[in-house]
Ligand binder design. Structure first.
Ligand code: ZN
Length: 212
């Protein structure tokens, strides 16, 4: 997925885990907007992180990363160690219950959904879109699931161009990757990067992979 028109969309998945203050501090310090893809599971464990983001409404937008962080995939296997929802009904619940948790927490219903693992069974996609949300892809993986060293994460972010949709993670405060995301934000800011949030875009502003 890329954006039509100028701007870099920084999307940060809040998979179950903690809150990476290194990243939040870099966003606030540089005035950089970002889209936090929230899980219900993360919201229940991080009320202070949520409160900090809510007092900066110009910077933090929110998307849906699922209620329990179940991959929107049919069957019974695991992907990257993550359980899958398994059925279309469970996928629908993962999306709609996640949206309800985000509405309760932030006061707004999310317009974008990214499934756990970012893999989707083809049959799941019309079910998800039928719930009135757009599927948030990405064009640049900055941290490979918060697994890369800081220098490599910052270097990858430094390659972002206008139209890029960056994915990284804000739920792993004890891993080195998060420092790289913070460094990458500061470097893009110094380079004059212009950022947009997904909730500022309409569906037509984004080009999904299948259209390219
Ligand atoms: Zn995730």
């Amino acid at each position: 997925m890329r954006l039509r028109g100028p701007g870099i969309a920084l999307t940060l998945d809040a998979c179950p885990g903690g809150f990476d203050m290194r990243i939040a501090a870099a966003l606030i310090e540089t005035g950089t907007p970002a889209t936090i893809m929230l899980t219900g599971a993360w919201l229940r464990r991080n009320p202070e992180g949520l409160a900090l983001m809510l007092v900066h409404p110009a910077l933090f937008g929110f998307g849906n990363h699922g209620e329990q962080h179940l991959a929107p995939v049919l069957g019974s296997r695991r992907i990257f160690g993550q359980p899958v929802a398994g059925t279309l009904a469970a996928i629908g619940r993962e999306v709609s219950e996640g949206a309800a948790s985000i509405l309760r927490a932030t006061g707004a219903a999310p317009g974008w959904y990214r499934g756990a693992t970012a893999y989707y069974s083809p049959a799941a996609m019309p079910v998800i879109q039928g719930l009135g949300v757009s599927i948030a892809g990405f064009s640049l993986s900055a941290d490979q699931g918060a697994s890369l060293p800081a220098g490599m994460v910052a270097a990858r972010m430094g390659r972002a161009r206008d139209g890029e949709v960056i994915i990284a993670h804000i739920n792993q405060p004890s891993r080195a990757s998060g420092q790289g995301v913070a460094d990458g934000i500061r470097a893009l800011h110094r380079a004059g990067g212009r950022f947009v949030r997904l909730d500022e875009l309409g569906e037509v502003d984004a080009i999904t992979k299948s259209e390219q």
